[in-house]
Design a protein around this ligand. Structure first.
Ligand SMILES: [Ca+2]
Length: 113
């Protein structure tokens, strides 16, 4: 049961609006970024039809150890990729705004340490 609880604590949530507003969509991961080696992270090759082309901001759990966002305009990490354009001071893991170039265009994403 301990492993199940630990797995549920690592998550990424995408939000419909900048500043973490509107609808949101969450994914859970089994371990923190960088748990095995530097540069390792998590990837979602399709955000799903309800979230597609809507993401404007994103958060990850405090224990995730992830902060290197990459938002892709097509599924399976296709099209163009953009990092986080604007972060909220005080929590550098979170992405306050993805930026004009990829706003409402994300179809897949990844995040690493
Ligand atoms: Ca949006």
């Amino acid at each position: 049961m301990g492993e199940v609880a630990a797995a549920a604590s690592i998550w990424v949530r995408l939000y419909e609006h900048a500043g973490y507003g509107g609808s949101s969509w969450i994914w859970y991961f089994p371990s923190p970024c960088g748990a095995y080696e530097y540069g390792t992270g998590w990837a979602v090759d399709w955000v799903g039809s309800s979230a597609n082309d809507k993401t404007s901001s994103a958060k990850t759990s405090s224990g995730s150890n992830c902060y290197g966002w990459e938002f892709w305009t097509d599924i399976s990490f296709g099209g163009s990729a953009y990092g986080c354009a604007s972060r909220q001071s005080g929590n550098l893991k979170d992405c306050w705004y993805v930026g004009d170039a990829v706003n409402d265009k994300t179809s897949s994403f990844d995040i690493w340490d």
